[in-house]
Design a protein around this ligand. Structure first.
Ligand code: SAM
Ligand code: SF4
Length: 331
């Protein structure tokens, strides 16, 4: 008698996963590496993250985790790090993730230093939108804040990405008192010259930036003081969006410190060493490294159900309770 095919077990895909506080969870931030070719003073210590360790997730494990997450209702994946473009398998990782059934948006956050080289391949691998971190337009200040980075590389990366045809390019600018608040106008001008959004983000006091004092924290309200002509348009995810008269792009304000957005948080995080973080700023972590797909799915479900209602206190003087620097979380 010929072998009878075994019946297939199907887990019904979740279409709208709600956590215990009725928030829809559809967004996974996947950190593919802790390593970075820069050392931004607000993000990580000068000595870096140490050598790449064996306990980092493999490409296969990352893809398996996203497949499991997609079955639980995740539709959007942001690939981040550390610096994602220094991962040797970054293009195959992007391609595999963007092809997972149920994943409708695959996007990336990068420091842009290698974007000129990778933009075409990223688009071809399914990356639809790119966020580039850029805190200053002054090469000397850039070198100082990143501990050695070359601004020119980032500008070339943005230029290349603009020509490549991504659906959207956003610039992420961390506001830092005494460093770049005098450049708010120049950075905002980019939205007039180019079809890109510039989003100003409040500095979060984290384990990676104990060297920055409380005077480095600046409320995003400072942006509106500097740009009184900006007109409010809408909320978009965690950002409040504004536009300068006649501008092609928009200005965004992201206020994790002055006005947290926990009530509408839709995300979970997976670190490069395989820890699920239900919340960026809490210390809870759930390990999935080494599990099979079913085990990963169970733990992802647990992470969603254990998402706290809100993170602990965070202010200019109250540091995040997580012991991870931002490059080790995937900001
Ligand atoms: N290396 C990539 C980059 O710089 O875009 C991706 C990883 S980085 C950790 C992701 C984002 O986190 C960047 O936009 C960075 O500016 C932001 N970030 C890092 N440390 C931060 C902090 N302490 N407060 C606010 N944003 C921070
Ligand atoms: Fe690297 Fe990004 Fe952190 Fe800067 S913000 S040190 S580029 S991971």
């Amino acid at each position: 008698m010929p072998d009878m095919p075994l019946p297939q077990l199907h887990i019904r895909k979740v279409l709208d996963m709600k956590d215990l506080y009725n928030r829809s969870i559809d967004y996974l931030r996947l950190s593919v590496t802790e390593q970075c070719n820069l050392r931004c003073r607000y993000c990580m210590p000068e000595e870096g993250s140490g050598p790449c360790r064996e306990e980092m997730m493999t490409k296969e494990e990352m893809v398996m985790a996203v497949r499991a997450a997609a079955e639980l209702g995740i539709t959007k994946v942001r690939i981040t790090g550390g610096e994602p473009l220094i991962h040797p398998e970054i293009i195959p990782i992007c391609r595999s993730i963007s092809q997972i059934p149920g994943i409708t948006e695959t996007v990336m956050t990068t420091n842009g230093t290698r974007l000129a080289q990778y933009a075409d391949a990223l688009l071809e691998a399914g990356i639809q939108r790119i966020n580039v971190s850029l805190d200053t337009l002054d090469p000397k200040k850039y070198r100082l804040m990143t501990r050695g980075g070359q601004l020119e590389n980032v500008l070339q990366g943005i230029e290349r990405a603009l020509r490549t045809g991504f659906r959207k390019i956003k610039i992420n600018t961390v506001l830092i008192g005494g460093y770049n608040t005098d450049e708010i106008g120049f950075l905002a001008e980019l939205t007039v010259k180019y079809p890109l959004d510039v989003r100003f983000i409040e500095l979060m006091p984290t384990a990676g930036n104990t060297g920055l004092g409380q005077d480095c924290y600046v409320s995003a309200a400072a942006v509106l003081d500097a740009l009184p002509e900006a007109v409010y348009e809408q909320e978009e995810g965690v950002a409040k969006m504004y536009r300068l008269p006649g501008a092609a792009g928009r200005i965004g304000l992201i206020t994790p410190v002055s006005q947290h957005f926990c009530a509408s948080c839709s995300r979970i995080r997976l670190t490069a060493d395989g820890k699920l973080k239900p919340c960026l700023l809490s210390s809870e972590e759930i390990s999935i490294k080494g599990l099979n797909e079913e085990g990963m799915r169970e733990q992802i479900y647990r992470a969603i159900m254990e998402k706290p209602k809100r993170h602990g206190p965070l202010s200019a003087v109250q540091r995040s309770e997580s012991e991870r620097s931002m490059n080790r979380v995937g900001g």
